[in-house]
Design a protein around this ligand. Structure first.
Ligand SMILES: [Zn+2]
Length: 250
């Protein structure tokens, strides 16, 4: 089957149209996994934070236990020294023991102050712990909803995409290998995936550079395949695009 240039251009434009639809679907779907990923990161961060607070609370509890033990030891020491006071032989001994009792008393005061500080910190950290826990619960619920949405949308768009992929395969069989290779190379070299573009306000709609009037004329004649002199994309005229949109006319 020998195609006219016009038929080749129509086939190329049709393939491009199908591929553009596929690109749009993938783009829309591409943002959802990102949102899910963000939520998963947030949850991981909150869990780490909760673990850290939990560890700090444990440490504070341990510190209080240590301080209570120190107080108990100091009280026992005081009791022992008070017993010794009844048996002192001279003033020097009396002073030394009184001094020890005084030191132990100060130690108890320090420990009591520390315990109050630790308890205050525990109160604050418990509050932070509960708040973080609540935020985590909310994030987990959000994630569940988002994952459900993602599954639904992926399922729906996958069906659509598969249908377009089938159409693209069929459209490709209408195009000779040499042109398909050019088309594929162009499609992969541009981020927007456009290999075939139309004239738009005297410009290439791929790179927006002006197309000289003589060249526009040749494009409209559809007698040879013309590529944009700036970006190399294959150019089709506006009428061809319109006819492709309403196939009844074409
Ligand atoms: Zn161009």
């Amino acid at each position: 089957m020998e195609q006219t240039i016009e038929q080749k251009l129509r086939a190329l434009w049709q393939l491009q149209t199908i591929h553009t639809k596929i690109d749009k679907i993938r783009q829309v779907r591409g943002e959802l996994p990102m949102e899910v990923g963000d939520l998963e990161d947030e949850i991981a961060g909150l869990e780490t934070r909760i673990e850290k607070i939990r560890g700090e609370l444990d440490e504070l509890e341990d510190s209080i236990v240590n301080r209570r033990n120190m107080i108990r030891d100091a009280q026992a020491a005081i009791k022992k020294y008070e017993g010794q006071l009844n048996e002192v032989k001279n003033n020097r001994e009396y002073d030394a023991i009184t001094k020890e009792i005084e030191i132990q008393g100060l130690d108890i005061q320090v420990s009591e102050k520390k315990i109050r500080e630790f308890e205050f910190e525990i109160k604050n950290k418990t509050e932070a712990y509960e708040n973080t826990q609540a935020t985590l619960e909310t994030a987990k619920k959000d994630l569940e909803v988002k994952k459900g949405e993602l599954d639904t949308i992926t399922g729906e768009t996958q069906k659509e995409e598969d249908e377009f992929l089938k159409q693209a395969d069929e459209a490709e069989t209408e195009i000779e290998d040499r042109l398909i290779r050019v088309y594929r190379r162009l499609r992969t070299s541009y981020k927007n995936g456009l290999a075939v573009v139309s004239i738009d306000r005297d410009s290439c709609s791929g790179c927006h550079n002006k197309i000289p009037p003589q060249m526009q004329l040749e494009i409209r004649q559809r007698k040879k395949i013309i590529v944009c002199e700036h970006c190399g994309r294959i150019l089709v005229d506006e009428a061809l695009v319109q006819e492709a949109e309403s196939p009844a006319v074409a």
